[in-house]
Design a protein around this ligand. Structure first.
Ligand code: NAG
Ligand code: NAG
Length: 437
C-alpha cells in the first residue's frame, strides 16, 4: 500500500478519535458553572413605565402592581431574601427592557436610567443587591433601538459595556430586536463577548443570538451553535414564553425535538435557555407549574422566574423552593438531560447526575386523561446503575420515598418497574439513587 494512503488513513483515525472525545464547547469565563438562577422582570412587568397606574404599594388588590423602577427591584430583592429564594439559589435580579432614558446624553452619548423611576441610579441598585447576597443583571439590545424603542447598543458597544461594568453589574442580557442583519449577529455577539472580557468584571453573558437567526427575521440562517455556546453563558433558542401551558408545551417539544443540537452544547458555562419560569402567575395550574419546574431542572435550563414573589400563593412558592428539584438543576456534572420517549400522550426525560444518581420526568401531555404507566428500570438507567440491586426512588413533588429491588426472571434477565399515575398536563419527577447492597 502506498504510504501516503496509509498516512491518510491514520490521520482519519486520529481525527475520528478526537472527534469522539471532543469536549463540548462552552464559554469559559468562569461563570455559570451551573445554570444561573434568579428573577427577571420581563414577562410579568413588561414595559410598565407608568408608575402611577401600576402603583406597587397596592399589590394586594392589583396583582399586576409594579412598574419598571427602583422600587420594584428593591421590593423583589427584599422578598427573595425574606421568603428564602436567595438561600435556595435564586440570587440574581435582572432588569429587562425599558429602564433607560429615551435618549442618550447629548454630550458624551452615555446611557442613563430614567431619573423618575430610578432616582438613585443603577450603581445604587447593584450595591443594594450585593449587600443582600444578590446580583444585578442589566438589559441591552444589539440594534439601534431596543425591542421597546429605547436606545440600543449599536455605535456604543464599548461605552455601554464599560458603563455596566462601572455600575458593578453582574450579568448582561443582549437582545437583538431590529438588528441590522442576522448574519452580522455572529460577529456582533463575538465582539460583545470580547469587550465584556476586557472590562475584567465577571458578568454573565445572556444572548438572544440564535433565536433571531432561526425565528425573528425574514432571512433565516442556521446558527453556528459552537460559536454561540463558546461566547454566551446562556442563549435564548425559542419564542418568548407566556403563562400558558400550551405555549410551555411547545417550548418543551422544541427542546426535545432539537435535543441532538442542544445536548452537545449544554454544560458548565453554557446553557440553552428556553426562557423564564412562569410558576406563580395566573394561567398555570399547580400540575403545570410542577411540569415546567421538572423539565427546566432536567434539561437543565437557567431558572429565572418572572412572577411576583410578593403575592405568591404558597403551593407555587413550594414548587419554586423545592430543594430536591433545584439540586437536580444545579447538579455539578452539568450533564444534559435527554428525552428518550415521546409521543402525543407522554414524554419521558432522564438525566445522569453526580454519584451515579439519575433524574426521571414522566410528563403527561394529555389535557384530560390520567396517565398510568409502568416503566422498566432497565430502560432508563445508565450502565453505572445496573450493578445495584436496590434503588431508592424519591418523588420530588410529593416527597414520598421508597425502595425498589431488582427482580430476576427465570432466564436471568432482570425486570423492575417504576409504576406511576400522572395527572393531565402534570408530571412525576423522580430522583433515583442506587443503594449499596
Ligand atoms: C404513547 O406511548 C405509550 C407507551 O408506549 C402508549 O401507552 C400510548 O398509547 C401511546 N400514545 C399514543 C397516542 O399512541
Ligand atoms: C445471572 O446474572 C448475574 C448478574 O449479572 C450473574 O452474576 C449470574 O452469574 C447469572 N446467572 C446465570 C445462571 O447466568
Amino acid at each position: 500500500m502506498d504510504s501516503t494512503f496509509i498516512a491518510i488513513i491514520i490521520l482519519k483515525l486520529i481525527y475520528l478519535l478526537f472527534d469522539n472525545i471532543q469536549p463540548i464547547h462552552t464559554l469559559e469565563n468562569g461563570l455559570a458553572k451551573t445554570p444561573p438562577m434568579g428573577w427577571l422582570s420581563w414577562e410579568r412587568f413588561k414595559c410598565q413605565i407608568n408608575c402611577h397606574h401600576y402603583d406597587d404599594t397596592n399589590h394586594n388588590n392589583n396583582k399586576l402592581a409594579g412598574c419598571i423602577s427602583e422600587n420594584l427591584f428593591t421590593q423583589i430583592a427584599d422578598t427573595l431574601v425574606e421568603r428564602g429564594y436567595q438561600r435556595a439559589g435564586y440570587d440574581r435580579i435582572n432588569i429587562d427592557d425599558c429602564w433607560s432614558k429615551k435618549s442618550r446624553e447629548l454630550d458624551d452619548g452615555h446611557l442613563l436610567p430614567d431619573p423618575d423611576r430610578f432616582p438613585n441610579g443603577i450603581k445604587y441598585l447593584a450595591d443594594y443587591m450585593h449587600e443582600r447576597g444578590l446580583k444585578l443583571g442589566m438589559y441591552q439590545n444589539y440594534g439601534h433601538r431596543t425591542c421597546m424603542g429605547y436606545p440600543g447598543i449599536l455605535g456604543h458597544l464599548e461605552q455601554d459595556v464599560q458603563t455596566f461594568a462601572d455600575w458593578d453589574v453582574d450579568m448582561i442580557k443582549l437582545d437583538a430586536c431590529f438588528s441590522p442583519k442576522t448574519s452580522q449577529l455572529d460577529s456582533g455577539y463575538m465582539k460583545f463577548r470580547k469587550i465584556v472580557d476586557k472590562t475584567k468584571r465577571p458578568m454573565i453573558i445572556s444572548c438572544s443570538w440564535p433565536y433571531y437567526q432561526v425565528f425573528a427575521s425574514k432571512v433565516h440562517i442556521i446558527p453556528k451553535w459552537d460559536l454561540i455556546s463558546m461566547n454566551c453563558n446562556l442563549f435564548r433558542v425559542f419564542h418568548d414564553i407566556t403563562s400558558n401551558w400550551k405555549v410551555i408545551q411547545k417550548i418543551i417539544d422544541f427542546m426535545g425535538d432539537n435535543q441532538q443540537i442542544f445536548r452537545a452544547i449544554t454544560g458548565p458555562g453554557s446553557w440553552p435557555d428556553p426562557d423564564m419560569l412562569m410558576i406563580g402567575n395566573a394561567g398555570l395550574s399547580v400540575a403545570q407549574a410542577e411540569s415546567q419546574m421538572a423539565i427546566w431542572c432536567i434539561l437543565p435550563a437557567p431558572l429565572f422566574m418572572s412572577n411576583d414573589p410578593r403575592v405568591m400563593e404558597p403551593e407555587f412558592e413550594k414548587i419554586l423552593l423545592n430543594s430536591d428539584a433545584i439540586s437536580i438543576n444545579q447538579d455539578v456534572n452539568g450533564e444534559p438531560g435527554e428525552r428518550f420517549f415521546h409521543n402525543t400522550t407522554m414524554d419521558l426525560w432522564r438525566r445522569s447526575l453526580s454519584e451515579n444518581q439519575m433524574a426521571l420526568v414522566i410528563l403527561n401531555r394529555d389535557f384530560n386523561q390520567d396517565l398510568q404507566i409502568s416503566i422498566p428500570l432497565e430502560q432508563i438507567e445508565s450502565n453505572a446503575f445496573q450493578h445495584y440491586q436496590h434503588v431508592q426512588v424519591l418523588n420530588i413533588f410529593s416527597n414520598e420515598k421508597y425502595q425498589i429491588r431488582r427482580q430476576r426472571m427465570a432466564d436471568n434477565r432482570t425486570e423492575t418497574y417504576i409504576k406511576v399515575i400522572v395527572e393531565p398536563t402534570g408530571c412525576v419527577f423522580l430522583k433515583l439513587t442506587p443503594l449499596k447492597n
